[in-house]
Design a binder for this molecule. Sequence first.
Ligand code: PLP
Length: 227
Amino acid sequence: MISQNVQNIVEKIDFCCKKHDRKTSDVKLIAVSKYFKVEDVKEAIKASLTNFGENKAQELDNKFGALGNIVKWHFIGHLQVNKAKYVVKAADIIHSVDSIKLAEEINKRASSAGKIQQILLEIKTSDEETKFGLNDSDSIFKLAEYCSASTNLKLLGLMTIAPFTDNESVIRKSFSGLRELKDKLNGRGFGLTELSMGMSNDFEIAIQEGSTMLRIGTAIFGERIYN
Ligand SMILES: *Cc1c(COP(=O)(O)O)cnc(C)c1O
């Protein structure tokens, strides 16, 4: 089932890219494997996927322990400062940097690991209470400056989660807001290239609004069972 799902989603992404005048090679598919087993990840690897996303430090650590660097790991969840070391060990890109304190700790851990850690800043582009991320432009700018000045961090871009709604214009506003913020920061010389936005239900809008990284779970692995 996973291999069929992978084939379907890859075709859909390809179709949407053509439709919206984007290059498929500019839109990376990250398979969000949280709550799924190592066996499921292996099946997705067989079906050609090479990038996987996890949202808990412990679960990333487990899967990294089982599979190592045969794939690229993305950390996409809220990260507590005291868990940063596990994530720095495993992650190719950390998508959820949202404070100077966290950036400082990641930089420190990356330095002792002899690694340049690639990161994105998590931005809150809607007023949903439940979402993490930064929303005022002053703290976003300060954090971007801090990260750019940190020797062992490489700031690549921005990440957001759109509101959970069927209202397409609300979702679009969240994604276009992230793109505009990237342009604004680039106007100040940050040279950001990545926009991590779009999930199973909203990836077409995200592609249209300039996403370079889709984080797709359900459409690949099926419904998650939370317990
Ligand atoms: C779970 C999760 C996803 C994947 O969501 P789906 O709707 O299953 O595709 C994407 N991004 C983040 C941050 C997540 O936590």
